[in-house]
Each structure stands twice: as C-alpha cells, then as structure tokens.
Design a protein around this ligand. Sequence first.
Ligand code: THU
Length: 133
Amino acid sequence: MIEKLKQIAVNAAKGSYAPYSKCCVGAALLCKNGEVFSGCNIENASFSLTNCAERTAFFKAISSGQKDFSEILIVTLKDGEILENSFAPCGACRQVMREFCSDDFKIHVLSKNSLKTFTLGELLPQSFSPENF
Ligand code: THU
C-alpha cells in the first residue's frame, strides 16, 4: 500500500500550482475503506490563500463523503526531483487532520532517500480537537 501511496502522491505533486515557491507538494490520503484521495498545493498571489496538498486531499475526501482515514503520504518535488527533506505538514494542516483523525493517524513524509513516519499525536501533541466540545 505504501508503494501505491508513493506513486499517487508523486503524481499528484505534478499537478500542483506553485508559481511562487516552485515547490510542488503531493499527498495521498488513504481512507479506511481503501479509497485513496490525492491532493496538491494550490498557491495564490496573496500567499495567504494558498492551499496545501494535505488540505486539498482532505477536502476532496470529505466533500466526497469520506470521513474515516488511516494514513497520509506527503512528498515535495522541486524541478521534478523529490527533495532531500520533503516538507512535514504545516500547523494548519495538522489541525485540519485532527478534526477528522485521532492521535494514531499515520503521516508519512517521503524524501529523496528516506520515508519518515509520524503519528498525528507526535506532530500535534496536547491537541485542541472535536473532543473538546
Ligand atoms: N505546503 C504544502 O503543500 N503542505 C505543507 O504542509 C507545507 C507547505 C506548500 C504550500 C506552498 O505552496 C509551498 O508548500 C511552500 O510553502
């Protein structure tokens, strides 16, 4: 499954709209039912309205009726090459993940020579979440 997620994320990064940073981020979000949603970053001249690859994948999945997720794989490409240190999810993406996922949700970051795996709990400890309501 990891190999499939790698392939989908790299392919998604190629669809990214990143004229400002030139960093093309791709994500592959695996649902508990086996379905995979891809996402890419979509930049904006205002910068602040940029949407990250992870949130694109989540919003596609949620708007398609999926709400149960098991893992996500993320990769960053520059000039068509996978970065030595691909981006880990930004704070906004971590918080969006926490809306739909628990602390054991797995986040894989694919870099040129490594695949690092974290849990959401590790990347967003002591989180504010729907359980607070
Ligand atoms: N980016 C993502 O797509 N995901 C992240 O979690 C980190 C940052 C994108 C946003 C922007 O298009 C580019 O990477 C540089 O910040």
